[in-house]
Design a binder for this molecule. Structure first.
Ligand SMILES: O=C(O)CCC(=O)C(=O)O
Length: 346
């Protein structure tokens, strides 16, 4: 069993055991609006609020809407088939282009951490088929149908979570969900971190995914077999930036959870801004924690949920004096991407 799945240890300075939040009252459609359904929704909203006002990372048990462990397993299978293609075949896939953020990004092509160097990962990005043409030429035959089924399930669940987030902070229920119409800026990112050398500890080993904070509303993250390596910056009131004085903490799942039957939820910087910093966005990274982990591949899938680009992001009057000026979601994303490109050029 991997370190991420174990969760034997309780929270301490080095470890954060993620809190499960029961979001099924939002994710499962019910025609009956009973009192108990209402109570379950209140409880869900308040427990998600509790986590997100501290650091923003939690887990929810599957099924969550139409995201089932079975669909997740099929999706990981096709992702693994894609990354197992030989290098020549992978280089013939549609190449990732930062301008449209679709296609295959080979190993060494991205660096979140300019000091530690390129991330030891390869990725394949898919965007909404309603707005973009994903080119699946050369992908394994089942990849497209399974990914499209997964996308539809993610979209449904993300809409339900957006409603939960609005209820949680006490604004109109459709405040966030109404900004998710075209899904134009959302992305599924399939990730493969291949086996690599172990340098003796996490600092002298290659970095699998450098320190960053997700930009958008929130991210649904699935880690196959709960493989370890994900770390958060010290939490409980920390800001989103990578403060060198704060230690990293290893993320663990509670021992009772099946690592292939959960989704991690992680709030992004846009949501922090939109909630006037009531909700946090936490810096995180993926390291190689041990020789055993270095020897094996790690697979994960992230669904980045971003509002449609033309939607205005303005702090709601109920959330106090705005710290931030209104901005269009598309402009915000461009601003954050420019920051990364500038940092990478330095
Ligand atoms: O693979 C993981 O566990 C995290 C990936 C991640 O944080 C990202 O791609 O933004």
């Amino acid at each position: 069993m991997s370190a991420l799945s174990r969760g034997m240890m309780s929270d301490d300075a080095n470890t954060l055991v993620l809190s499960p939040v029961n979001l099924s009252a939002y994710a499962t459609r019910s025609s009956v609006n009973s009192d108990s359904q209402e109570e379950r929704r209140k409880l869900a909203a308040s427990s998600w609020n509790d986590v997100c006002t501290r650091h923003g990372f939690s887990i929810a048990t599957l099924p969550l809407g139409r995201i089932t462990p079975e669909l997740l397993a099929r999706t990981f299978d096709v992702a693994k088939q894609l990354f197992t293609l030989d290098d020549d075949a992978k280089m013939k896939l549609r190449r990732h282009n930062p301008a449209d953020n679709m296609g295959y990004a080979p190993l060494g092509g991205e660096a979140h951490d300019t000091v530690r160097g390129a991330d030891r990962k390869e990725a394949f990005n898919v965007r909404s088929r309603r707005c973009h043409t994903n080119d699946y030429t050369g992908c394994p035959p089942d990849f497209q149908p399974v990914v499209e089924e997964f996308w539809d399930a993610l979209e449904d669940t993300a809409r339900a979570l957006a409603t939960c987030a609005a209820d949680a902070i006490g604004v109109e229920s459709d405040f966030f969900a109404k900004t998710l119409k075209s899904w134009e800026h959302c992305t599924i990112r399939f990730l493969h971190y291949p086996a690599c050398d172990f340098g003796g500890d996490e600092d002298s080993s290659p970095i699998r995914c450098g320190c960053h904070t997700d930009f958008g509303l929130f991210t649904l993250l699935f880690v196959k077999d709960g493989e370890s390596g994900l770390q958060l910056k010290a939490v409980d009131g920390s800001v989103e930036h990578d403060d060198p004085n704060l230690p990293w903490r290893n993320v663990q799942l509670p021992a009772s959870e099946d690592p292939n039957g959960v989704v991690m939820l992680n709030t992004g910087a846009l949501l922090a801004r939109w909630t006037n910093d009531a909700w946090r966005a936490t810096a995180h990274r993926v390291v190689v924690p041990s020789e055993a982990q270095a020897r094996q591949s790690r697979y994960s899938i992230a669904f980045f949920v971003d509002p449609d680009p033309e939607m205005e992001v303005a702090v709601h009057e109920k959330l106090g004096t705005p710290k931030y000026a209104p901005i269009l979601a598309g402009e915000y994303l461009r601003m954050r991407l420019d920051e990364i490109h500038l940092a990478q050029k330095k």
